[in-house]
Design a protein around this ligand. Structure first.
Ligand code: ATP
Length: 301
């Protein structure tokens, strides 16, 4: 489990993280979303003890990173895949990490297999593509078999097959009961991967929500067409719906599900020619949340 409590971090005049609080629970993939510069990397760096908090706390399994006895066995992270010594082979890089964390060398072979780099284990990292470096970084994160994993923009530079692979890996790590925090500035990546979302902007929490709830919150109502629109409007309003007549004769109905609308119409013998749910895409919801015009304020858990 990851807990960030009232975390603030300044760099000179820049407030990178501003009173941020959220929790990341095990058994789920939590997407950490925000536009560029929102403070995602800073938050992860503080969680990993690479930066000190200005105020507040960033805890992994209830402790500060520095207080964890064998960090790699509790928390694994991929922050900057490019930051690997180019002269070593993938195997040697991981073996060095394993040794310095008292992890058996057998794990090195296992994680290289897991990330699909077994065939390149003896090659120098300097010759690796960005995608291979990402895989190596993920192998390093998995080395200590940790229960908590953090990945900062892991799909950057990956081809579509690599993106699918990451998605599958994240989901299977969460299914094993691990805590998985995955940062991105793209909602499109999260829609298929994450169960929950922590959305931040300008260092502050904008939303902590399930993917499903976010989509629901920005629901645009149901478009209904009926040759007996006026009677149907009365029936739907009586059932508690908000009904708006569109200029083209359609009705926008909010507050009732598609099935409820259909059943009510049928129950009153009113023909219906169209019933179409009009959800905003998650992408639209995200843009609306993080847009400049929106006051940055925590909303619904
Ligand atoms: N070491 C640093 N020194 C000065 N300013 C910094 C430093 N690290 C981050 N910042 C600033 O803090 C703010 C948050 O940056 P951060 O990298 O955490 O955002 P991010 O959400 O991870 O963005 P991105 O998606 O671009 O990585 C930005 O304004 C950034 O310029």
């Amino acid at each position: 489990m990851i807990e960030v409590k009232e975390l603030t971090k300044r760099y000179g005049a820049t407030v990178a993280v501003d009173g941020l609080s959220f929790r990341v629970e095990p058994g789920q993939v939590t997407g950490f979303l925000g536009p560029n510069g929102a403070g995602k990397s800073t938050t992860m760096r503080v969680l990993l003890g690479l930066d000190a908090p200005g105020s507040g706390e960033a805890l992994v399994n209830g402790r500060r990173y520095a207080a964890i006895r064998h960090p790699m066995r509790e928390v694994g992270a991929l922050l900057d895949a490019a930051a690997v010594h180019g002269g070593r082979s993938a195997f040697d890089h991981l073996r060095w990490l394993a040794r310095s964390n008292r992890i058996g060398v057998r794990r090195v072979t296992e994680v290289l297999e897991q990330v699909g780099l077994a065939g390149a284990a003896r090659r120098r990292v300097g010759g690796f593509s960005l995608g291979m470096r990402q895989r190596l970084g993920i192998a390093a994160a998995l080395l200590g078999d940790p229960g908590v994993l953090m990945f900062d923009e892991p799909v950057n530079g990956l081809d579509p097959e690599g993106v699918r692979w990451i998605r599958h890996l994240m989901r299977s790590l969460a299914a094993e009961g691990r805590t998985v925090l995955l940062s991105s500035h793209l909602m499109s990546e999260m829609a298929l991967t994450a169960d929950r979302l922590v959305v931040i902007g300008r260092g502050r929490l904008i939303a902590e929500t399930s993917v499903q709830d976010l989509a629901g919150r920005f629901e645009r109502g149901v478009l209904v067409r009926s040759p007996r629109a006026a009677e149907l409007t009365a029936v739907l309003r009586a059932a508690g719906a908000t009904v708006l007549a569109e200029p083209d004769g359609g009705l926008t109905v909010k507050g009732l599900e598609v099935t409820e609308i259909g059943d009510l119409a049928a129950g009153h013998g009113l023909a219906v020619h169209e019933v179409t749910p009009r959800s905003a895409s998650l992408e639209e919801a995200y843009l609306e949340l993080t847009g400049d015009g929106v006051e940055h304020r925590a909303a619904g858990r």
